[in-house]
Structures are given as C-alpha cells and as structure tokens.
Design a protein around this ligand. Structure first.
Ligand code: ZN
Length: 694
C-alpha cells in the first residue's frame, strides 16, 4: 500500500536525509551526463543501443548514462528524481534567503527566515553545546518508577508515522501516532497507534542472520556508545550493549513490514479502557495523559501483537535500561540541532553505514530540509508563486482529465468485472479528488513560535506544533482537501481513504513534464505516474475502500479472485528479480506498487493515443511515437544506487528498485510491437504471462 510513486526518502526526525542532492541541474552536465542530454526531450545519448530492448530495457534506455554517471558524494542515489530535487532545493533556498532579507515581524516569511537562519548559525549552536539538552536529560534522571517512565514515553509520542498515505511505518519513539480518517467511519478522524522504538530502519536489521547485517549491528552498537560518550554519559559501552539488547527484543516482537501493510489486519479499534487488559505492562493512562490523549476514548491499534509485547517490555526490562534508552534516543533524535560532533556521528552511522553515502550534505541543504519540515506549506506558497505558473497547472490538470477519461474507458471494457463492481468503480472514479500543484487551502502557522537564535527550541516547537495540529483534527470533520506532501517535494501520492491524489508542483517539471517537447514523452514519464496514482484507488488496497473511504470491499468475490490471480503472477515476476545474492525483491511487499505501475503505464498509453484524435503520430531521433513513450518511461526511472542504500530499500520499501519498475513494460503488448521483442529474450513474457489488471 505504499502509495508514493517515487522512492520515499528515509525521513528521520530532524536530521533529515530527504531528497537533496549535490549539484544543480544547470551544473550537472559535466559530472553526470557525459553522454549529454537533450535540453528538452529524451536523452538519446544516454541510451545503449548495444543492449537489446528485449533483454534489458532499463539498460537499453539508460546504459550509457549509467556508465558515465557518478553519484554525487552527499547522495545515496542519483537520477531523474535527484536532479529535480536538486533544482528544487536550489530554488527553495533562494526563496528562503530572500524571505529572510525582507520579512516583516510576525509574517510567515519572517518565521521561514528565522528558522533557516537559526539552523545555519552553527557558531551559536557550538557555543550552547549540551545546554539545550540539559533540562530534558534532567527529566529523564528524575524518572523514579514505572508510572513516571510511562509519562516520559508518552511525552515522546509524535505524529510521525502514516500507514496509508506517505507510508512512513518507522519511528524511533516507542510508538508512533497517525491521525487520519477512520476506516470504519470515514466521517471522523481517529488516532492510529503504531509500533516503534527501533533506531535502525526495520526489524530485519536486528534479526537477519547474514554477515552483512551482523556487521551493521555491531556498527550500530558502537554508534550508540559513541553518542552517549559525546554527551559525557559514563559507562557508555555497557549502556550501549543494554540499549542494543532492548532494541533487539523490541525488534523480535515487531510485526513485519509486509504484514503491517495488510489493512484488514490493522483496523483494530480499542477503547482507551481496554489497553491495560489487552496490552498489560505500560501504565497506559499515564502514557496517554502525557501524550495529550488522556480524553481520547478510542484508538486504532495497527499492530496489536507488537503493541502488547512492547508494553510488556516496559514492565519487565529494568528501569535504568529504559532511562538509558530514553537518553540515547533523545540525543539521537535531536542531533541535527546539536554541535557538529553529534551531527558527524549521526551521519557516520545513519547515512554512511545504512545508506552508503560518503559525504554529508552541506549545512544549507539540511537547513532547507528542516525548514520544509517545520513550515512546509509556508515555503510551498512562495515556491508555487514563483515556479508553478497557472499555465502549467492548467496543462497538468488537462493531463489528469485525460488519464481519468482513459481509465473510465478501461473500466467499461473489463469483460471479467461484474456490472455491480464496475458501477462502483465508476462512482469512485467520479468522486476522486485530484490536487495538482498545491492545496486549495494553506495551513495556518500563526500558532508556531520561531525564535531567532534558538534552533533547538524551534525544532522542538515545530514538532509539537505539528503534533498538536494533528490532535486538533480529532473531533473535527474530515478535510479531503488536506495535503500530505509539500508542493516543493518531488513525489506524488494517493490518499486511499480520502479517495484523493496529491501531485506536488515540484514533480510537475522537466524532465518529467516539459512544455517544450512532444507530449508523448510527458505521457511516458509523468503521465504514467498520474496513472499509477489513480490506479491505487482501484488496486488490491483501493478495492478495500469504497468511494466514501469506508473500509468495505466493493468487489464481488469473483472479481477479487480474478484480481488476486493477476497479482499472483506479478508477485512471481518480481520475486524472480535478485539485486543481491542474499536478498531478492519481495513480490508480495511491492505488489500494490507493481500493479499501479502496470496500470499507470497502460492507461497513460491509452490517454496519449486518445489525445491524437486519429491525427499523425509523432516521431523523433529515429524513434516512433510508441518507442518514445516507452523510452521516456524507462528514462524517468533512471536511478543509480549505492549498494547499502539499495539493500535498505529492498528490505523496507514498498516499491521495487527503479530498474525493475522500468521493466514493467514487459507486461504491455504494445511494447513488444514497438521494439520487436521476441521469445528467448530475457524480458520476453508469453502473452498469458503478461499481467494486465485493468
Ligand atoms: Zn504508488
């Protein structure tokens, strides 16, 4: 159910390694595109005609680009999304600096400027040293019993996870909260409680027996000790061993990523009074009270087994170990706002070891990421005013309309689908709310206090501001116009319960979406992304939510069986991809995304054909219109990964690696015709093995 079309950046609280890259698009040619891209259109020089399309379409479309491209040193991967993210970052920082120079007191621009400038003021941060942490560490020292422990754990709860929309299932806090439309009663919001507590990305990092993962574990334990030592906490080695062991035990009881994605297993409503019986151990009233949820009558417990077992650990593991655990995670989560030594240690483990990134991003890039996290829509307002003209919004909206129309035709043509299901699908398509560029209503930041010179305090206040904004939604009517992504983010998302889509302005730009080239290339690139997102409303997860967002399967049994059979073939197709000898792509974990890729590609091809109205088919560079469409698709997936980052993604991501997503083309008959693909070639699938869902 990972909804995003693009690989989601690992969003660690505070010290973000969000999409941000080393070099500007204007400057990338010498380093990254030795082969030389066309300024508008496709990068023909980056293809590799020596690789047959039917053997390896990804390398046919991108081979010389892959051979000549180096990943910038402060990035764990590089490609089209990186190029667009870098350009957006450059533009954003200019807007922020301009805001800082001219802003009047009390305005959003002033808050943006103050937030950024405070983060950039590393001299002051060095001077303050550990001082900002002191009162928080003192609170942990004072924990004297299990009730106080529960209060301390409750005070760490943040709105930092998201099951269906942004699909962020990881938090290093013991639990994470997601406030969203209730899945049984879509007219109201509910608080969803998720498992958490791990410093590494997934339980697999703690439990996988491979030597590679064992090495990462010993590096992590050394990292814990280094962080404690930096904060002058004595006995760092022994404490690190105990903290690691506690996390290992939490990992043992964690629900797997794949299982956490099963919506029907997650929709468990517990009343607040049931927690002490169903999940004994933690002093739940104390926990919820400290989290500002003392009056909340009901929760959705997404992983009941894990929540219960973690709760039991809070009673059985010694109090002192928990206090060390809290100290470590406090420092760890705040490290972006602490002196350089902490930042360097955080980078050394979380980016270098986990993702393989050799060099840290410059401070200004991290400052932009943090400012985006704190004041995202205020920054986004400036971004779209400058970089997303009304003509481009109109052009994107027209494309969305064409995609929706093509999807409706496909639904009408499905001979296997029962008329009742088909009618419901059409109803759902008609009520789909598509947001293009930016939200209709902007968030109000007037309640957020930003103090120039107090980077640490600003970070804490911004995080709590966001948490309270989410708590305030409880009891309010559901707002289908709310966005979950900033306009200045290169990504797109389907909000399945809301039956809504967000296409941020930053993904609607060249080379994905370019007014200066033939539209066939836009349909191959961004059109497929739009089709991908639309189809999520109708895939194995989308089938679970009706037009109102209620968790209610609207398919007949026979229809669902047909769909599952198609899914099964796609699972097998992706299980057969082996990016590493010890890890293969998980066809089950990536199923929804792979179905969406197949559907998005097919529907975008239809939509493009419909725009021709029987007129002439374009060609360029010796390629036919359909060849351009597929090449544009495969080039939109050009990504190059560092080995540890690719490994991390294969383990935790709901998406398959970009290379295999590009090979989605092998499921479309039109691709075989366009490139004369024949039996015996590596990507060749016999017609019955080609998966066509819609
Ligand atoms: Zn998706």
């Amino acid at each position: 159910m990972s909804r995003t079309a693009r690989p989601a950046a690992l969003r660690r609280r505070r010290q973000s390694c969000a999409a941000a890259v080393a070099i500007a698009i204007a400057a990338f040619a010498p380093l990254c595109l030795a082969a030389g891209a066309n300024e508008h259109g496709l990068d023909f020089a980056g293809t590799d005609p020596s690789v047959a399309p039917g053997d390896d379409f990804f390398r046919h479309a991108n081979g010389r680009w892959l051979a000549s491209t180096e990943i910038p040193p402060d990035r764990s991967y590089w490609g089209v999304s990186g190029e667009m993210a870098e350009l957006t970052l450059q533009r954003t920082v200019e807007l922020i600096r301009a805001a800082d120079a001219s802003a009047a007191a009390g305005t959003e621009a002033r808050k943006i400027g103050d937030y950024y400038a405070s983060y950039m003021d590393d001299k002051r941060i060095e001077q303050l040293g550990l001082k900002p942490l002191a009162p928080l560490l003192k609170d942990i020292d004072a924990i004297g019993d299990r009730a106080a422990l529960a209060r301390a754990l409750g005070a760490t709860l943040r709105a930092d996870v998201d099951v269906l929309n942004n699909t962020e299932l990881h938090t290093e806090n013991l639990f994470g909260l997601w406030v969203a439309q209730d899945l049984s009663d879509p007219k109201r919001y509910s608080p969803f409680l998720l498992q958490g507590g791990l410093g590494m990305p997934d339980r697999d990092y703690y439990l996988n027996p491979s030597q590679k993962m064992a090495d990462i574990r010993s590096r992590y334990q050394a990292h814990i000790a280094a962080v404690l030592a930096l904060a002058h906490i004595t006995g760092a080695e022994e404490k690190a061993a105990r903290i690691f062991e506690l996390e290992r035990r939490i990992a043992e009881v964690h629900t797997s990523r794949a299982e956490s994605e099963e919506v029907l297993k997650g929709n468990n409503h517990w009343s607040a009074t049931e927690f002490p019986q169903r999940a004994p151990g933690l002093d739940w009233p104390a926990f919820f009270g400290a989290a500002g949820l003392g009056k909340q009558p009901e929760f959705v417990v997404w992983q009941p087994g894990a929540v219960s077992a973690i709760s039991a650990l809070t009673a059985s593991v010694p109090l002192e170990t928990w206090k060390d655990y809290l100290r470590f995670h406090l420092i760890e989560s705040e490290s972006g706002y602490l002196p350089k030594a902490f930042i360097a240690e955080h980078f050394a483990f979380h980016q270098r070891v986990i993702s393989g990134t050799p060099q840290q991003q410059p401070r200004w890039k991290r400052a932009v990421a943090e400012t985006n996290a704190a004041l995202g829509e205020a920054v986004g307002k400036l971004y779209v005013a400058r970089y997303f003209p009304p003509e481009e919004k109109a052009r994107a909206e027209e494309m969305v309309r064409n995609l929706v129309a093509a999807f409706a035709v496909r639904i009408d043509r499905l001979d296997w689908m029962a008329p009742a299901t088909r009618a419901k699908a059409k109803e759902k398509l008609a009520t789909l709310k598509v947001g293009v560029g930016y939200p209709d209503h902007w968030r109000d930041y007037s309640g957020l206090e930003v103090v120039r010179g107090d980077a640490f305090g600003n970070g804490r206040r911004a995080e709590l501001f966001e948490y309270h904004r989410n708590l305030e939604k409880l009891g309010q009517p559901v707002d289908r116009g709310e966005w979950v992504m900033n306009p200045q983010l290169v990504n797109a998302v389907n909000l399945p319960a809301m039956n809504a889509l967000n296409f941020p302005a930053a993904i609607l730009q060249p080379p994905n979406f370019d007014p200066k080239r033939d539209p066939v290339m836009d349909y191959g690139a961004i059109g497929s992304v739009i089709g991908h997102e639309i189809s999520h409303s109708f895939d194995d997860q989308g089938a679970l939510f009706d037009a109102s967002g209620r968790l209610q399967n609207w398919w007949t049994k026979e229809d669902f069986a047909h769909f599952e059979a198609a899914g099964k073939r796609l699972i097998e197709q992706f299980n057969a991809y082996h990016p590493f000898p010890d890890i293969s792509v998980n066809g089950r974990q990536t199923l929804s995304e792979n179905i969406a890729d197949v559907a998005g590609l097919a529907v975008s091809l239809d939509a493009w054909r419909l725009t021709l109205h029987g007129g002439p088919v374009p060609s360029a560079g010796g390629f036919s219109g359909e060849q351009l469409f597929f090449l544009s698709f495969a080039q939109s997936w050009r990504e190059k990964f560092r080995e540890p980052e690719l490994r991390r993604r294969v383990v935790v991501d709901g998406h398959a690696p970009a290379e295999f997503r590009a090979d989605t083309v092998r499921n479309l008959d039109a691709w075989y015709d366009a490139f004369k693909v024949l039996p015996g070639q590596r990507l060749y699938l016999a017609p019955p093995d080609r998966v066509q869902v819609w």
